[in-house]
Design a protein around this ligand. Sequence first.
Ligand code: BGC
Length: 379
Amino acid sequence: MRLTKKVMALALASCMAMSLAACGGGGSSTPTTAAPAPTEAATTAAPAGDDATDAETTATEAAGAVEGKDPSEIKVGISIYQFADNFMTLYREELKKYLVEEIGVKEENISIMDGKNDQGEQMNQIRNFITQGYDVMIINLVQASSEPTVTEECNAAGIPVVYINREPETEREQAWVDEGIKATYVGADARQSGTFQGEEIAELENKGDADGDGVVRYIMVQGDPENVDAQYRTEKSIEALTAAGVEVEELVKMRGDWDQTKGQEITANALSQHGAKIDVVFCNNDAMALGALQAIEAAGRTVNKDIYLVGVDALVEAVEHVTNDKMTGTVFNDYFGQAHTAADKAIDFVNGKEVDNVYMVDYVKVTKENAAEILELIK
Ligand code: BGC
């Protein structure tokens, strides 16, 4: 079983962002450019780099799964918090593709449900998976705070759970280890993505001070603030900027729930209220940045000339915008690495292999310098 060329190339792209030691094997997977220390969870888990970047190992592990239960007999229940989410759509498509094509799970044995952004609805889906005797679940929680209930019910039924994308509390991740519960989290350290966003602005010649008045004034378009991805991206982007010696002022901070239309509305209102004062628009994801761009253009402003705009995810459209100066930068949220690791760990659980409590896949900075290259890989 071999991984596709694209995935191998992506692994290389991740390596570009990391120290040679990390890619050479055995070293820490902390990217050289990342300011934050890895989280405790990340350090205690198997090194993220091993999962995200060592394509050969991942392929071997996937193949190794055949030793236990035949993959064609494994039933995998998946629930995604909301199908309407652009990023999670890419993620779930890759997850299914990898399970079927690389691991050998039968398509009819994979059930992928739309949580419709409703925790009650998702809970019903999980209970149905339990009743129907699924072997393992991969769950993108609607609300991370419902993890204890989900874990308890799955554990009582003897079904392991791989949580993805929305990280449960660190103490809970530790409780799985302490209590011998078959649960794990596969994600990416949101602190790193926020730091990368801030660095992308700090690395500009004028450090984001578009109007040259000595203060970088910004608006922050947030995802869903219950989500740690939104919290950390909001916090760490600004921390990276101030760490680079930049004086900042926040003009607006509003929740856009990861949604393009809301991103457009928030930015349009901010532009009409604060006009030329706004130097930078930070968006917690690319969908909202695409909306912000519409508002910026409608207001007659020009990205990379009189205003800067950054997002996270590296959606194809956003990376294209980075190549032609419609966005300043984004951060690749490696859904290939995350989907593959989630699938591999789900199969490991079924086969009684040891699974750590947390796996973190590295983010990759995307600026004009490498955007064309990244585009080749994700398209
Ligand atoms: C992504 C967002 C997505 C959210 C869903 C984040 O990691 O960056 O685009 O909407 O996950 O939980």
